[in-house]
Design a protein. Structure first.
Length: 184
């Protein structure tokens, strides 16, 4: 019973520090955020922070990973040619982005660096980006990276413009552009 209680307390403490960092990043660049500011906002002691993280960037890395872990799993088990199933999974992905707009904007902000963008591109390449099977491995990889980077750009603009089209529409656009580009 004690072990469960401690784990729950640790999770709560980490959650408070993560929320504090995200809140601070709405107004400041990561480089300008001190451990003291995070601890004050989270109402935790500095020693508690250093028990789990080495610096604010380390905490941000865990936030990024948590966010990626919560994204609906890519449809790896799906036949990439099954347009209906792939679109449904991709729509769910865009719904997740829409539901987590603030976190997404912070993770993509200039102040957080570019590590999240690279991680998201890799995530997209591992299942969400349909690439033709009739190309060689190197061409397929380059096409996948190109499409994933374009998709990230579309996402950023979609969020920035406050979702001018539905998740379904943006998923269809991504699928259409991906199919066209992967044919080359």
């Amino acid at each position: 019973m004690t072990e469960y209680h401690e784990n729950r307390r640790v999770r709560m403490t980490k959650r408070l520090m993560k929320e504090a960092l995200l809140e601070l990043m709405e107004h400041q660049d990561l480089i300008d955020i001190s451990v003291t500011a995070i601890c004050k906002a989270a109402d935790v002691h500095r020693s508690t922070f250093y028990k789990y993280y080495s610096d604010p960037a380390d905490l941000l890395k865990e936030i990024e990973q948590d966010f990626l872990d919560r994204i609906p799993a890519p449809p790896q088990i799906l036949d990439q040619q099954n347009q209906k199933a792939l679109l449904a999974a991709t729509t769910e992905f865009f719904d997740f982005i829409k539901d987590n707009k603030n976190t997404f904007q912070i993770l993509f902000s200039e102040s957080s660096g570019n590590s999240f963008t690279a991680k998201l591109v890799d995530f997209l390449c591992d299942g969400y980006v349909p690439v033709s099977d009739d190309t060689d491995a190197l061409s397929s990889r380059f096409a996948s990276i190109y499409i994933a980077n374009g998709t990230v750009g579309m996402m950023r603009e979609w969020v920035k413009a406050d979702f001018p089209v539905s998740s379904q529409t943006i998923a269809e656009m991504m699928y259409f552009y991906s199919k066209k580009l992967s044919q080359y």
